[in-house]
Design a protein around this ligand. Structure first.
Ligand code: PXG
Length: 289
């Protein structure tokens, strides 16, 4: 596997960055996780737009055009002979002196890893996942806007560790007010009395690309959508729960905090949305050749 770093491809073993890169020293940088399905990059424009918005939010001026970044992504896939895979696009503040100031980092770095993805076990999709609520709260938007897909993932990692310590793979994270924000790497959706309910963007979640796709699918399927404050009580009493993310796609949840969701089996609307997602992800996208 060859990895793209600042204009050149390197074999995996030689794909290295400086220990003085502020992405490494301070988590000062941003990224995107993108999927390649059947030779097409899914929702590439949306990912590149979000990358630009993250860059703007952290005052990082990217010297590359959107087209140049798009070409880097596609070339990385071609170079590694991928037809299906996972693309990790990273932009770091670049090499600088010790000290927080980004001012001594003259040149941001861009890295693109195009690899295969290890999917969740298939039974998660057929029988559903069990999750819990983490005690670790999602970081306040006043401290670090969760809409920024930054290289600071410790907040989410601490919650993930909590989930794993209790024998679970994923967990709900609440915002400062105690409303549901998201999971550690996925957005959250409920079905209640035929409506699709999800935390509003200002609840303190990353505005997921897959979340947006799920909302589009709901519109196509004529499922009414409500973006609002969501409590744990709402989640426990939902008819169906599912999570969305680039890695997870659309994954059913059948138990939350030891409360069985609905029938305890993945629900019909989740299945319908998941089927539409599969259709979309295999028919849409930016061709790499
Ligand atoms: N919330 C958080 C905190 C995320 O990190 C999502 C929601 C879902 O967003 P998208 O745009 O993917 O629908 C994410 C996405 C990884 C990895 O390498 C993480 C994500 C996506 C892909 C890979 O762990 N997080």
């Amino acid at each position: 596997m060859d990895v793209y770093i600042d204009g050149k491809f390197y074999p995996k073993a030689d794909a290295k960055v400086s220990v003085f890169d502020h992405g490494f020293l301070y988590g000062d940088g941003i990224f995107e996780g993108i999927r390649l399905y059947q030779g097409c990059v899914f929702r590439l424009e949306e990912h590149l737009e979000r990358l630009e918005m993250s860059a703007k939010a952290i005052c990082l001026q990217m010297p590359w055009t959107r087209q140049e970044i798009s070409d880097i992504v596609c070339e990385s896939c071609r170079r590694n002979n991928l037809t299906d895979g996972y693309i990790r696009l990273v932009v770091s503040r670049g090499v600088g002196d010790l000290g927080l100031s980004p001012k001594n980092c003259p040149k941001p770095s861009i890295i693109c890893i195009a690899d295969t993805i290890k999917l969740y076990p298939e039974e998660f999709y057929s029988t559903g996942m069990r999750i819990i609520t983490a005690a670790t709260r999602r970081i306040s938007p006043a401290a670090l806007p969760p809409a920024i897909k930054s290289l600071n993932y410790l907040n989410n990692i601490l919650a993930k560790i909590e989930a794993q310590q209790h024998g679970f793979h994923e967990c709900l994270m609440l915002n400062e007010q105690g409303y549901v924000a998201e999971c550690t790497g996925d957005n959250v959706f409920l079905i209640h009395k035929g409506k699709l309910i999800t935390p509003a963007p200002h609840s303190g979640a990353l505005v997921g690309i897959t979340r947006q796709v799920a909302l589009e699918i709901a519109a196509t399927l004529k499922i009414p959508v409500v973006e609002t404050n969501v409590t744990r009580y709402d989640v426990w009493n939902a008819d169906e729960v599912f999570l969305t993310g680039t890695a997870a796609e659309v994954i059913p949840v059948v138990e939350v905090d030891a409360r069985v969701i609905g029938t305890g089996k993945p629900g019909p609307l989740t299945a319908a949305i998941r089927a539409e997602f599969r259709k979309k992800s295999s028919h849409e996208g930016t061709m790499i050749r």
